[in-house]
Design a protein around this ligand. Structure first.
Ligand code: ADP
Ligand code: MG
Length: 142
């Protein structure tokens, strides 16, 4: 799978839009990277690329845990940052979410590997100098 480089927030949003065209119609996408890496920024682009909302309508679900976007084409954006225990995460009903006809974007999902589906896409974002980001896309379990 390819590795991409971006040099600004705008470029990462644009990359998200492009990736959206390549994503399967449904399935789970883990967005992996440190705080401030650009996971939510990339999610903005993906949500826009899927035609589910405009980037400025997409905010971090850090406190609300799950945001839902779209009409016919649904996108769920999940952030497990504030969840401390797998037991707590299990109560969110992720399994039921994973069965929906939707793209499910998850931040910090790698902290609970046992709750993630075997088949998924992982997008790793690493910060470099300044605004540089390296973004690596991997398909898992297929
Ligand atoms: P995360 O969800 O991974 O914690 P956010 O997307 O919320 O990160 O924040 C990323 C921060 O980094 C934003 O403040 C954004 O402006 C900044 N930034 C700088 N360069 C980039 C880049 N190339 N891609 C994405 N974000 C960038
Ligand atoms: Mg975030």
């Amino acid at each position: 799978m390819p590795t991409f480089r971006t040099g600004s927030e705008e470029e990462t949003i644009a990359l998200g839009e492009r990736l959206a065209r390549w994503l399967p119609a449904r399935g789970v996408v883990l967005l992996i990277g440190e705080l401030g890496a650009g996971k939510t920024t990339l999610a903005k682009g993906i949500v826009e690329g899927l035609g589910a909302a405009r980037p400025d309508e997409v905010s971090s679900p850090t406190f609300t845990l799950i945001h839902e976007y779209g009409g016919r084409r649904k996108v769920y954006h999940v952030d497990l940052y504030r969840i401390d225990h797998a037991r707590e995460a299990a109560r969110l009903g992720l399994d039921e979410l994973f069965e929906r006809d939707a793209v499910i974007l998850i931040e910090w999902g790698e902290r609970f590997p046992q709750l993630m589906p075997r088949e998924r896409i992982e997008i790793r974002i690493e910060a470099g100098e300044g605004d540089q980001r390296e973004i690596q896309v991997t398909k898992i379990g297929t």
